[in-house]
Design a protein around this ligand. Structure first.
Ligand code: AHM
Ligand code: MG
Length: 343
């Protein structure tokens, strides 16, 4: 069954148009990525421009951003587009304006572009609204997903009104349904983190990751450096992925609106959990962003693994309280509750 057939009873006309535009964009992006060495579109753009996050832009970052903006604008269903590659929100011209806000990272994992390692497009669509407000939190997202350009191109998506997370695989310009994604029954013991930052980690991550390295544990480490690829593996095999805060990246690295919100929505709807970490068990989806390009620490994956982190940090905080002989009033509300449950 193809993508359109799968969702024909779920999507209203506008949302169908928007998702068609994203699907079309991903097919165009896939072709650009596949031919990038042949067509001379690898590497950075000539004037070494940086995007809002200070990253040097690659040619493909710019090309893929243009593809997304053009296709989404043409739907006449969007009012605002938020992209990793644009400093400010893109307010769609009146003649093309609709009521939906769409956030996206057109090509995530750009350090992997030029060596033919997996990269992806991340997106989310917010409920329709008459007013522009980028500070809406993850609860307003009605559809989220990513496209993974790997050995096969796969679209992973969740849409309100349909349970769970669905996976489609690209076959000659058509996405074919290839199954439901459910992390809750996946048991591979994998942790995924950039260990080169370990000297900068705070006590929470140091103690948590050391659990996975204890003698007689059967955990292994995998890290690709493309969030989409690392999360895709985590969803399909189980385990944990995190990009924590550390003494150099004090807010973590990944961006709330167009990276962490959509991926967290997918993770939760697939039966996993996604929290801020950094001594907080708050859901990433509950963050109220103050800036378009705001970053957040993130820790996500199988609920059992996320609970391990919470237990480790709970113990650290309790020990600190006992040592200082002070009360718990400055600790995050509920942090010390023993009952750790995810909705
Ligand atoms: P990008 O948006 O510039 O591509 O950066 C985001 C990427 C994520 O895909 C990935 O999880 C992370 O950066 C890897 O960062 P690092 O190289 O510091 O491990
Ligand atoms: Mg990115």
């Amino acid at each position: 069954m193809n993508f359109a057939e799968f969702y024909k009873d779920t999507l209203n006309t506008n949302l169908a148009e928007i998702l068609n535009a994203i699907v079309k964009s991903s097919i165009q992006i896939e072709q650009k990525v596949r031919r990038s060495a042949l067509d001379g579109i690898q590497g950075t753009i000539d004037d070494s421009s940086c995007n809002s996050s200070g990253d040097v832009q690659k040619k493909l970052d710019v090309i893929t951003n243009d593809i997304m903006i053009e296709n989404l604008t043409k739907t006449k269903c969007c009012s605002v587009l938020l992209s990793e590659e644009n400093d400010d929100a893109i307010i769609v011209n009146k003649e093309f304006q609709g009521k939906y806000m769409v956030a996206f990272d057109p090509l995530d994992g750009s350090s992997n572009i030029d060596c033919n390692v997996c990269i992806g497009t991340i997106f989310s669509v917010y409920a329709e609204s008459e007013v522009y407000d980028f500070t809406r939190n993850g609860k307003d997202i009605i559809c989220a997903g990513y496209v993974f350009y790997g050995p096969a191109t796969e679209l992973v998506i969740t849409v309100d009104g349909k349970n769970g997370v669905q996976k489609f695989t690209l076959d000659n310009s058509i996405y074919i349904y290839t199954g439901e994604i459910d992390i809750s029954n996946k048991t591979k013991k994998i942790y995924s983190i950039n260990e080169s930052n370990c000297e900068n980690w705070y006590q929470d991550i140091k103690e948590y990751i050391s659990l996975y390295k204890e003698k007689n544990t059967s955990y292994t480490q995998r890290y690709i450096g493309s969030m989409v690829a690392d999360v895709h593996r985590t969803l399909l095999y189980g385990g944990v992925f995190c990009y924590p805060a550390d003494s150099k990246n004090v807010n973590g690295k990944l961006r709330v609106i167009y990276e962490c919100f959509p991926i967290s929505k997918i993770m939760e709807r697939a039966g996993g959990a996604s929290i801020i970490g950094n001594f907080s068990r708050k859901r990433v989806l509950d963050i109220v962003p103050e800036k378009i390009h705001q970053r957040t620490p993130i820790l996500m994956g199988s609920k059992d693994e996320v609970v391990k982190y919470i237990r480790v940090t709970r113990k650290i905080l309790l020990d600190r309280c006992l040592n200082k002989n002070n009360n718990n009033s400055n600790l995050e509300e509920h942090y010390l509750e023993e009952n750790i449950e995810f909705s």
